[in-house]
Design a binder for this molecule. Structure first.
Ligand code: ADP
Ligand code: MG
Length: 280
């Protein structure tokens, strides 16, 4: 008997077509993500990255194919999958600590909760405040915090229910470069400590390589997986690796491929032709 566990996430021949759309948002997407993997997704705008992530999160119903988490079909959201988006969507009227503790699943049956449950939740919230370097701002309001700090609160809140899977859609897209660097090392630390499986969408190729064990490159019209790259870096990442020749070579390869798959290449060639034929 085969006793190997099913992959954490598995898509087979996944299709998604939105109403009145000219192309499939996802066409024949097949993908396996093993437990505890950190997989990043890049690709031109409109290639279906968000659609795929939302489908895994159960927020989008595929038009065809199968999508399983832990070997079971996805039917809607579940507490084992948490999402983090670019916009933090914190509750402005709650303190940082309250935002983190406010976890839908834990709130649903508030009346049935024992004092032990409440204590456990408080303990988890405190641990997350420490993990995310937020202990000193626990009683602050979200609008008193920088963008980077607010996004840490959003990540801590997502981790509150101990999700096995973290789905992140351009979570650092609104942050400046320095803050983003700090967030990279923080999320790698979270990944090691919480042993979560992470699927992470970004438009930043450097971010995708630095964080991912694998980089999935998607292409648009129709949205599909184009190439999957194994990242040739040690498991334990350090900022200095961004200057390693293998890092830079992979970055160049991926950027070139994005350009080829997005039609930007043709735009550039056209531009060149135009400038050649332009009157002096
Ligand atoms: P990405 O995140 O890679 O930019 P998306 O998954 O957002 O791509 O979109 C993939 C394609 O599906 C795009 O052509 C987009 O316009 C289309 N699309 C996304 N969401 C919707 C929606 N709710 N209704 C109709 N079309 C959509
Ligand atoms: Mg998107």
């Amino acid at each position: 008997m085969d006793t190997t566990p099913p992959p954490k996430i598995e898509a087979r021949g996944l299709f998604k077509r939105y109403e009145r759309a000219r192309h499939d948002a996802l066409q024949d997407v097949s993908l396996r993500i093993e437990a505890n993997a950190f997989v990043t997704f890049v690709g031109a705008s409109g290639c279906g990255k968000s659609t795929l992530l939302r489908a895994i999160g159960g927020l989008e119903t595929p038009t065809g194919g199968t999508l399983q988490v832990d070997g079971r079909p996805v039917h809607g959201p579940g507490p084992e999958r948490a999402m983090v988006f670019q916009h933090y969507s914190l509750y402005p009227w709650m303190s940082v600590r309250e935002n983190i503790k406010f976890c839908r699943r834990l709130q649903v049956h508030t009346r049935d909760r024992s004092s032990a449950d409440v204590e456990a939740a408080a303990g988890r919230a405190d641990a997350l405040l420490r993990l995310m370097g937020l202990a000193h701002v626990a009683e602050a309001w979200p609008n008193q915090l920088s963008g980077g700090m607010q996004q840490r609160v959003a990540i801590a809140r997502a981790l509150m229910s101990r999700p096995a899977i973290l789905l992140m859609d351009e979570p650092f897209g609104a942050l400046d470069a320095q803050t983003r660097e700090v967030m990279h090392d923080l999320i790698l630390h979270v990944h090691r400590l919480e042993q979560a499986t992470i699927a992470f969408v970004t438009h930043d190729v450097e971010e995708a390589i630095y964080l991912g064990q694998r980089v999935v490159l998607m292409a648009p019209r129709p949205g599909r997986i184009d190439t999957v790259y194994e990242v040739p870096l040690p498991a334990r990442r350090e900022q200095s690796m961004k200057h390693a020749p293998e890092f830079l070579a992979l970055k160049r390869r991926i950027l070139d491929r994005i350009r080829e798959t997005s039609g930007m290449q043709t735009d550039l060639e056209l531009l060149e032709q135009l400038s050649r034929t332009a009157p002096a």
